[in-house]
Design a protein. Structure first.
Length: 364
């Protein structure tokens, strides 16, 4: 096993060096993608033998999706008359359906048990991220539709991975589920409202139309999944085992399609957009944490709010961009944010994991 691990590490490093050589000195950047992709495949393969790598495999796969979209977009834009972008909304609905099958009435009990923490988490989520997004879009002077995409990623509900990361971070998982669920159910109102108020000067925003599209993408699938969980729970065990895998594959495919659609624009403004995403979500984690601290909440609760604020539903943002007919521009911010959120959230959760967390929850 150890020899295999060493071989995979060596091959990954060699391929990465080949990428830099071919990309920046020899054949040109766009001709060197196969080496970078090969390096990522080697590292992902290492996850089968090294537990420290295994927990980052999904993140590495998302990076692979970005690489595929940048270097091989011609295979993921359309086949004949069929455009791959048509898959985005069904994939979002599938992911939301999966979320619904994991939900129950107990998820809403957190509102009664810790109303203060839930309210602070929701207010922080729907104020910090949108306002920081507007500030960054204005400061860096992005083109109108790119700026609107940054604001959009700041206006969607909490990301679907926040619950898992809350567990890794030794945070309050029930609270994470409660805030994430409620913010998602609030999305048909809050996301169009924030977009209308903050991004209306960049792109045309039809509040009612966006509200209906968001409801169609997330509320209906969640309700269907919830009903199945309530009435057919005993028959869903096999489905529940495979749905997370299907969801991860869906996120991967969606990211490939989004990056492929906006590849040309991404190459022009990608580095600046990536920097913006780093700042955006880092501020979200920081201010989310301290909003809980200033309210006198426990360490566990503050970690939870930090993750719920900093992690956004990038898939929903992509779906909205598609419904607006601007997936190649408004959708670019989500294409950058999804892998960065996964990376940064995983790093933050693992950092917290090795640090003490007071398990006694204050009167939240």
């Amino acid at each position: 096993m150890r020899n295999i691990s060493k071989m995979l590490i060596a091959s990954s490093g060699t391929l990465l060096l080949a990428f830099f050589y071919q990309g920046f000195w020899a054949s040109g950047f766009l001709n060197a993608g196969i080496y970078l992709l090969g390096s990522l495949v080697s590292i992902v393969s290492l996850g089968f033998f090294e537990s420290r790598v295994k927990q980052h495999v999904f993140t590495l796969c998302l990076l692979g999706a970005v690489v595929i979209g940048i270097f091989y977009p011609q295979y993921f834009i359309k086949i004949g008359d069929f455009k791959f972008s048509a898959l985005i909304v069904p994939l979002i609905q599938l992911i939301m359906f999966t979320m619904g099958t994991e939900m129950s009435v107990k998820d809403f009990e957190g509102v009664l048990k810790m109303p203060k923490a839930v309210i602070i988490g929701l207010i922080s989520h729907f104020t910090i991220m949108p306002l920081v997004a507007v500030t960054l879009a204005t400061t860096f002077g992005f083109p109108s539709e790119i700026a609107a995409g940054i604001i959009l990623i700041g206006s969607v509900p909490s990301g679907v991975t926040s619950n898992v990361l809350a567990f890794l971070a030794k945070a309050d998982v029930p609270l994470s589920i409660t805030i994430g669920t409620i913010s998602t159910l609030m999305a048909p109102i809050m996301t169009p409202l924030l977009m209308k108020l903050l991004a209306g000067k960049y792109v045309e925003v039809d509040f009612l139309k966006m509200m209906l599209h968001v409801g169609e993408m997330i509320i209906l699938p969640i309700i269907l999944g919830l009903l199945l969980n309530i009435f057919l729970k005993s028959k869903l065990q096999i489905l529940k085992k495979i749905m997370p895998i299907i969801s991860m594959v869906g996120v991967f495919m969606m990211l490939v399609v989004i990056v492929s659609s906006g590849r040309d624009a991404l190459l022009q403004i990608g580095p600046l957009l990536f920097l913006t995403s780093m700042i955006h979500h880092s501020i979200g984690y920081l201010l989310g944490y301290w909003s809980g601290r200033f309210a006198g909440l426990s360490e566990q609760t503050c970690r939870t709010i930090s993750l719920e604020v900093g992690l956004q539903n990038g898939g929903l943002a992509s779906g909205i961009a598609l419904q607006m007919g601007k997936i190649a521009t408004v959708g670019l911010a989500s294409a950058i944010s999804v892998p960065w959120m996964t990376i940064s959230g995983s790093l933050l959760a693992n950092w917290w994991r090795n640090r003490p967390s007071d398990s006694i929850t204050k009167a939240d």
